[in-house]
Design a protein around this ligand. Structure first.
Ligand SMILES: Nc1nc2c(c(=O)[nH]1)N[C@H]1C(S)=C(S)[C@@H](COP(=O)(O)OP(=O)(O)OC[C@H]3O[C@@H](n4cnc5c(=O)[nH]c(N)nc54)[C@H](O)[C@@H]3O)O[C@H]1N2
Ligand SMILES: Nc1nc2c(c(=O)[nH]1)N[C@H]1C(S)=C(S)[C@@H](COP(=O)(O)OP(=O)(O)OC[C@H]3O[C@@H](n4cnc5c(=O)[nH]c(N)nc54)[C@H](O)[C@@H]3O)O[C@H]1N2
Ligand code: SF4
Ligand SMILES: [Mo]
Length: 891
């Protein structure tokens, strides 16, 4: 079967994918060798896309109050519900909360409905939580939300500074392009600014573990340093910028000399000095930044403090240099292009600009056009909580998990008169609060476009039939619009028509005043749209596309100049104190995507990090009285969770790190959003996700345990649990309180095997509190449970392997009862390489026994790291650890 060219639905790198549908309803996935983002490579999440397809867990039919209904009933109900509330309370009493994971066409229609027809700007998106500080920073500096560079520039650069970005895990293919460039030109330098030592640091020549939240001080210090050392492009500054003097004065006043900056940022002065010198002497420098910058109460200032350094040195608009905001979601950029934020209009036009409003309304021929900003995400949910917004329609995002102070989101939704949720998955933490659930078409089933981090518009193409009664998001929105009485604006016969309207609007009365112009892509019919190749905007009439912006030195403020923005540093909204002495930092892991609704279904992705954790420096753990491997309670003023403690010196002192992914579908109590403070950046409204004062304390349990089971089980009665999909089983990790009188009984209850003729292997030592129970299904294993008072339980990797066997051998049975493999090699250890399923023990064994010295040698020997390469930084770190141990033993 011919493979369909499409685009990966995960991160903003925007890799091209070839999907070849199979007869069994799945698809074979590979990288598209012709796509300019990835040239055929895919990271581990992209490679595992095939495992996330299929009907299992999908929302297949519209539902109202938990009952299946027809589309007509559901759409009528939504349209009438919105209509009634608008008529009674005005347009600002309703809202849409959408997502950077919608396609541009979906987003365009949603934005048009709210801003041109309903007449409210109450449409905000999860991009508020992600990119809004970058958007605001770009607008302040450039006059428009513009990302100057192209991915090739990263390969041309002599210095790449990665600020608050765990690129190795979050944008793996972009990271690999940087790795390759550095391999070819070892003189290329990489600097990482991150309070943690992340996998990304494996590539770094220099890692600056700065104190959380001090980026502005650090870049103000750099600006001063550059100025003092005469690293100034005077011609560029004079001809193409404004406000340099004021900005320099404020930077100088607030940053001070190198020593005081180093003290404020808690970095060795020599290391900071080395970074400043490196930046000063390297013309071709790129400063790439991501959530460690954006998600801060000073996020917009962080962005501008970075851009200021590029403006002063004139390092922008030329090959291999510039500031670079790495986008998170696959279509964070597309959403900005259609203006799908509460403070934007459409096609990069401004709500506050009367001419822009006139242009958009004239083009839409719409009954209304909004003149005032709508509510930004955090304020929007506050307004729902206060009863000011009475109907909300949530699409392609899971705010009960992903917003700060997330328990408040729950309470807001439970009070709201009308909650509509469009999703592809039936059971999510947010869907639980929906009155109406609408089944959306997912990746592989719908058509449209996405724009990646370097402004490249790529097609997502359908290669599977729509499951159940699922429909594309743009269709659903259009049908509701029609039922609200707005038929004239929403008669689209396909995504291509929506895209064409969007493209024409971008050019309408533009005359070069707005950089976002894709006129060259207008007029495409269905075939033309289907044939569209990836292209970087602006796309003018010649349809050539634009790799790099600002080459002519022209910016998009009225005077055509870029602006320096003074950025006096300020601390986080909430400081640590005796009660909450540490900083809670939250972020991502390599193999999960956000709230896990898709990646959580893939056994391959589950194996890397199977349960929620807290990373903590060993000294902080000692001070908090908690121990590695135990369960701990992590508490802030806003909420608490329980997760497994991992102590590591890679986590800087004074802060802890908790992943964002786990939620009530996957764990009893690990939704970190509930702990995050709701402070936002005053300019962008982006929440301060990376800085909440926190305390970590022991969470005492009487027993630790785990279950691997071929069937899903009900473990709700256990104090603490988390579950994840394995290759042929579901894995449950458990923590129990209370004295267990009869282990055999508990084991049988948990494994759902009370029947007297169940075939059991059991071992129980009541005094030691150890219990091992294995339920057989003929000659193969059906489920097993292991319990101990300490978290020193048998290797899950070894037991996972036994689930693959049709017939257990005697030696396996012995191993099951003694709780360890008789043949030690059977324990491969926790998975490092998800693609080939290679475990840590296998890798360290090979490193030691065969004296492997490089990641390349490990790949040659074990294949690990040879497919997507996402685990190469971890392999390198294992090589270094083995070498350190060998050295210690020798000494
Ligand atoms: N595997 C995976 N990849 C993803 C995603 C995913 O869910 N999983 N999500 C995608 C999305 S939407 C996004 S937005 C991106 C996010 O991509 P990243 O921004 O790279 O990811 P995060 O882990 O959120 O945070 C990045 C780093 O910021 C650091 N940091 C915290 N505070 C500070 C600070 O004050 N200063 C500095 N300089 N650094 C700080 C954190 O320690 C962390 O390592 O990833 C995208 N890619
Ligand atoms: N503490 C903390 N919180 C954070 C962050 C952090 O760093 N720390 N990061 C923030 C950032 S940057 C982001 S981007 C957000 C992400 O947070 P969310 O957007 O809440 O997370 P997702 O799991 O990606 O949610 C997407 C939802 O859309 C559904 N879906 C998938 N495809 C489709 C489709 O085609 N149509 C429809 N209608 N639905 C679909 C999925 O099943 C899922 O329920 O989290 C934010 N929250
Ligand atoms: S880097 Fe990975 S997740 Fe991101 S677009 Fe490429 S394949 Fe998808
Ligand atoms: Mo994001």
């Amino acid at each position: 079967m011919n493979a369909v060219k499409t685009t990966c639905p995960y991160c903003g790198v925007g890799c091209g994918v070839l999907a070849a549908p199979r007869k069994d309803g799945g698809a074979d996935i590979s990288g598209d060798p012709q796509h300019p983002s990835n040239f055929g490579k895919l990271c581990v999440k992209g490679s595992a896309l095939g495992e996330t397809l299929g009907d299992h867990g999908r929302l297949l039919y519209p539902q109202m109050h938990g009952e299946r209904v027809g589309w007509d009933a559901a759409l009528d109900h939504v349209a009438q519900g919105f209509r009634k509330i608008i008529d009674e309370h005005g347009p600002d009493a309703v809202a849409l909360y959408v997502s950077g994971q919608l396609l541009t066409e979906d987003y365009y229609v949603a934005n048009k409905l709210m801003k041109g027809y309903v007449g409210t700007a109450n449409i905000d998106t999860n991009s508020r939580l992600c990119m809004s500080s970058a958007v605001a920073g770009h607008k302040r500096a450039f006059g428009e939300d513009l990302v100057p560079i192209s991915y090739e520039d990263l390969e041309l650069a002599d210095l790449v500074v990665l600020v608050g970005s765990n690129t190795a895990w979050c944008h793996p293919i972009l990271f690999q392009r940087i790795v390759k460039a550095k391999e070819q030109r070892p003189e290329m330098k990489i600097v990482v600014l991150d309070p943690r030592r992340t996998a990304t640091c494996e590539l770094a020549d220099l890692h600056l573990p700065l104190r959380a939240g001090t980026d502005v001080t650090l870049f103000n210090g750099l600006l001063t340093y550059l100025h003092q050392h005469g690293v100034v492009d005077t011609k560029f500054v004079d001809g193409h910028t404004t406000d340099v003097e004021r900005t320099l004065a404020i930077a100088d006043n607030t940053a001070g000399d190198l020593r005081s900056v180093a003290r404020a940022c808690r970095i060795e002065p020599s290391v900071l000095g080395e970074f400043y010198r490196m930046f000063a002497r390297t013309e071709k420098a790129i400063t790439a930044f991501s959530m460690g910058v954006n998600q801060s109460g000073a996020g917009t200032d962080k962005v501008n403090s970075i851009i200021n350094c590029h403006l002063l040195t004139g390092r922008i608009g030329k090959p291999g240099m510039g500031p670079f905001s790495i986008t998170g979601q696959p279509n964070a950029m597309g959403g900005r292009e259609v203006g799908g934020l509460a403070n934007m209009l459409a096609a990069h036009m401004e709500l506050a600009n009367p001419t822009h409003r006139e242009i958009v309304q004239e083009f839409w021929k719409s009954p209304a056009i909004v003149a005032k900003q709508g509510l930004k995400a955090v304020d929007l949910f506050n307004a729902i909580d206060e009863g000011k917004v009475k109907a909300v329609w949530i699409m392609a995002t899971n705010p009960v998990v992903s917003l700060p102070d997330a328990d408040k989101v729950k309470s807001a939704l439970s009070k709201c008169e009308l909650v509509v949720v469009s999703d592809i998955i039936e059971k999510t933490d947010t869907a639980a609060y929906a009155h109406v659930l609408l089944p959306a078409a997912g990746w592989g089933e719908k058509d449209g476009t996405v724009t990646n981090s370097d402004r490249r518009i790529s097609r997502q193409r359908a290669f599977l039939p729509l499951p159940g009664e699922a429909k594309p998001d743009w269709w659903i929105i259009g049908e509701v619009a029609k039922r609200m009485g707005y038929a004239e604006g929403f008669n689209f016969s396909g995504a291509h028509e929506v895209f064409d309207e969007h493209a024409r609007l971008s050019a309408y009365r533009n005359e070069g005043s707005r950089c976002f112009d894709i006129n060259g892509l207008s007029g495409l019919d269905r075939q033309g749209f289907d044939a569209m190749d990836p292209i970087q905007w602006p796309v003018l009439a010649d349809a050539k596309g634009t790799p790099r912006l600002f080459e002519n030195g022209r910016y998009f403020h009225a005077d055509g100049k870029a602006r320096f923005i003074p950025t006096p540093p300020r601390g986080p909204a909430h400081a640590t104190d005796a009660e909450f002495p540490l900083v809670l930092n939250t972020g991502r892991i390599r193999d999960q995507w956000h709230t896990m609704t898709r990646t959580g279904r893939s056994p391959k992705l589950a194996s890397h990090i199977p349960e929620p954790f807290v990373d903590m420096h060993p000294h902080d753990a000692l001070m908090s009285g908690v121990r590695d491997g135990e369960l701990v309670r992590v508490a802030t003023r806003w909420g608490a969770l329980v997760a497994r403690l991992k102590t590591t010196p890679e986590q800087g002192r004074g802060a802890v790190f908790v992943p964002i992914h786990w939620n009530n579908q996957f764990a009893s109590d690990a939704r970190v959003g509930a702990l995050v403070n709701p402070a936002v950046d005053p300019v962008s409204g982006e929440p301060e996700f990376k800085h909440t004062p926190v305390r970590v304390e022991a969470f005492g349990v009487a027993w630790h345990g785990f279950i691997l089971s071929r069937d899903a089980l009900d473990v709700d009665g256990v104090t603490w649990w988390t579950r994840i999909q394995g290759q042929q089983f579901i894995r449950y990790e458990l923590g129990g309180r209370g004295v267990v009188q009869n282990w055999n009984e508990l084991g049988r209850t948990l494994l759902n095997a009370e029947s007297p003729d169940a075939d059991w292997l059991e071992y129980s030592d009541k005094t030691a509190g150890i219990y091992r129970g294995v339920l057989m299904d003929g000659e193969r294993i059906k489920a097993c449970i292991y319990v101990s008072p300490r978290p020193d339980l048998p290797s899950r990797a070894w037991l996972s392997g036994l689930f693959g066997k049709k017939k257990l051998e005697d030696i396996d049975r012995v191993g099951l009862l003694i709780g360890e493999p008789v043949n030690k090699q059977a324990d491969t250890g926790p998975t490092v390489c998800s693609c080939f399923g290679v475990g840590r023990n296998t890798i360290t064994d090979a490193i030691r026994k065969r004296g492997l010295k490089t990641a390349g040698e490990v790949t040659a020997c074990l294949k690990a790291g040879g497919n997507c390469g996402s685990c190469v930084p971890e392999i390198k770190s294992l090589i270094a650890q083995c070498a350190a141990i060998a050295e210690e033993t020798a000494a």
